[in-house]
Ligand binder design. Sequence first.
Ligand SMILES: [Zn+2]
Length: 288
Amino acid sequence: MSYLLSGTAANTTLRVFAADTTALVQLARERHDLSPTATAALGRSLTGALLTAQVLTKRDQDRVTLRIQGDGALGYIVAEGGLDGAARGYVKNPDADLPPRVSDNKLDVGGLVGKNGEFAVMRLLENTEPYTGSVPLVSGEIADDLAAYLWQSEQIPSAVLLGVHLDSSGVTHAGGILIQAIAGAADSTLAQLEQNIANLGQLTNAMRTIGLLGAVQQTLEGLDLALQPDALALEFKCRCSMERSLASLVYFSSSERQEMIEAGGQEVICHWCGQKYQVLPEQIRSLE
Ligand SMILES: [Zn+2]
């Protein structure tokens, strides 16, 4: 099961959020038939959206959507998350892929996303107009870009770690840690945090050896981490339904719908989550 831990550290001058999204990212991979590098790109983005919702939203039904666009083969990434633990998302070109980077043998997410692009965050809060902010892409590796967004667009100093690791059977580890520094955080606290993060190394490696909890404890070592006792369940979950799929067919002309009826019905695929709906001829007829 995927889950999110939250807490504080350093006398509440740090807010800490950490997510294990292994199962969630694996399901996203299956639903969208993603290449390995596209899995890492969308997985980091989904995890980032869930962590960002913790920082930028207040109510369960509020939503944060990351939209990441570079000039690479992936096209764009859209990832939405909420405080209720639900996330959904997709990429433009799910089968785009690149060989692992020679320098560190990691999946080349930055290469697949590309450069010369934009990292945008849309907030959908109850009873308010959607708000979108954006910054230029830093590296296309997602974590750096999210940290840059939070600092430049929201004036939130943060450290962001995101990782997805796959083997031939699928996603073995996926997760993220977001640490937000509150006004008043001491320089010595931030220096210690920086040192801890450097010592931690790659997040998915740490998850494999010491688990998410161990990774969070190591990241906040010496900083009096206090985690809340309850974890939030996370899920790759959409708001699509058969009713909405049927309703989407009203945008076709009645002659187009007639063709669908004669063809024995119409398959509607939700672009957010990849769920397929078989709409029957009599259901299409009910739209007339
Ligand atoms: Zn859906």
